[in-house]
Design a protein around this ligand. Structure first.
Ligand code: 5GP
Length: 144
């Protein structure tokens, strides 16, 4: 399947669609999942066109990993989850629904079950509040 330049994450990267951003640099953007499976569920995308791991070159892939680490530290420091799932789906059969490469960071909280993947749209105000908390924590981490 050829890369679809109109996919929702491409539109977010172009500023055509809104997102609750938590971190951005020249190579990557991190924003909250609109249908989170837990509070703080974050997606990290490269700023290059790649549908999946097979299309993603090593350099942008490394940038995604670096941003994932930064944001993971920010989530850990600010939301204090008891666990953190980092995952990435390739292909419809694996459950991929948006065909621009992305990493998921899913915080896990003891005694708080995960919601279904991509099922329930979260309240925008709640997402804005969570994004602000993570964003500040990442700023603090980057500042050292
Ligand atoms: P995938 O199933 O492809 O690994 O993950 C795609 C994710 O994108 C899902 O968890 C889904 O909730 C999320 N998603 C779908 N549409 C949007 C959107 O318009 N904005 C944001 N922020 N997330 C989205």
């Amino acid at each position: 399947m050829a890369y679809d330049a109109n996919n929702i994450f491409a539109q977010i990267l172009e500023g055509k669609m809104p997102a609750h951003k938590v971190f951005e640099n020249d190579h990557t953007l991190a924003f909250l999942d609109i249908m989170p499976v837990s509070v703080g569920h974050t997606l990290i995308v490269p700023k290059v066109e790649a549908e999946n791991i097979f299309e993603l070159e090593n350099e942008p892939g490394s940038e995604v990993f670096k941003t994932t680490k930064k944001v993971a530290h920010g989530i850990q420091a600010s939301l204090n989850p008891t666990g953190l799932i980092i995952t990435q789906l390739n292909g419809t059969d694996a459950g991929q629904t948006v065909f621009h490469y992305h990493m998921h960071i899913i915080p896990v909280y003891k005694k708080m079950p995960l919601r279904m993947h991509g099922k329930e749209i979260e309240d925008s105000e709640a997402l804005a509040k969570t994004a602000k908390i993570i964003r500040q924590a990442v700023v603090d981490i980057v500042a050292g």
